[in-house]
Design a protein around this ligand. Sequence first.
Ligand SMILES: [Fe+2]
Length: 468
Amino acid sequence: MNPLITRLPLFLRSIVAGTLLCLLTISTAMPARGHEDHPQAAAPPKVSEEVAHRPTAIPDRIVLTWVDDPSQTMAVTWRTDDSVQQAVAEITLADDGPHFVGNARVVAAETTPLVTDLGTAHYHTAYFGRLSPKTKYVYHVGDGTNWSEWAHFTTASSDSEPFTFVYFGDAQNDIKSHWSRVVREAYSDAPKASFLLHAGDLINSANRDAEWGEWFYAGGFIHRTTPCIATPGNHEYFKEENANGDVASHSLSRHWRPTFAFPQNGPSGLEESAYTLVYQGTRIISLNSNERQEIQARWLNSVLSSNECRWTVVTFHHPIYSAAEGRDNPELRSLWQPLFDRHRVDLVLQGHDHTYARSQLMAYQSENVATGVTRRSEEAGTVYVVSVSGPKMYELGHRPFMRRSAQGTQLYQIITIDGDELHYEARTAIGRPYDAFTLKKRPGQVNELIDRIPETPERRPAVKAAAR
Ligand SMILES: [Fe+2]
């Protein structure tokens, strides 16, 4: 304390101290001198999409996928500006230290120019073959001068070993601001997932480059280390109208095929949107519910007729059992579900409804309109799920098939296949357990479904009391 103050009597000291404190409080509460003369600077203008999503020679939008056997191959796709004409990837066995670099082999990439609403970009895909099963590799992509970071992936086992994958319903809207937390929460919950499966509507406007940029921003490095399996939704389709306002054409996003290297083993004309692959003894099938469904039914029947996998998971976008009244797709159901029944598909993962709905074991029921008799497929049962990961929300209906449902909730699903059991968990955007069940294989019979629904209250509107 100032020695002048310490010489004052005690009562005067407290008056002086109180006065100083009062002055200090007033001075900090008052605006700084000259504040009125310098009004707050105007906010900078919004950064344009052309700038925010402009490609450069440095690789971005890097994503792992499979075209072929996940135990022996991997594909990586990335984007640059059009200055990159000869893109390459380098790959070798991952090592504990940095000396792997000298061992890397060079793999030339295939380049596809893509003209978008924001300009021109080059998309490059490198196909890694002759890989060993169950092995960690390290790779990077570039042009010999500008490179991505080195990143890891692990090949699948060639045996039917247990594995986990994550399933997402529609991300679609406000992807950067609202889907980022969901995909990252899912990754933090299942960082060793073998792949991420997207049931369509990854974006909202099929050919808007900025939305694809946001999808890659949200997933960030996850897309570089965890392979992606995706099926197109209606929002991956671009509608062109004629002068009368009628739909003149309906075509898959220009971004889809340059962005993802998926198998080309589906029906002709639906390459990379209807396809199948086998991951550690489980068959995954993507059907494109947007077009040519009958052709796909024939293809599906032939795939499933020779299917030797213990588990079969099918994904497509438009639900055949909708969570909302009036949004069912009965034509699709009559076309595809009898095949799911006959060939005992275990799980169907869908999107489109922007709600959550998980069924009991469902078998196709057809009603003979003339007789009123309902025929139920014998010995059949598949679990159907609709989910949503983005922020767009629709109203939920009250449908009798639903074992668990949610409205106004963003979710992700963690699915583990282990021998004769499939474990399924749905979690909300904050990682809260929301739904769970186990499917058990039973020799010669349909699966057993064991519900394990957590205590989290159901997030759905209450049924309105009937009017009296
Ligand atoms: Fe959607």
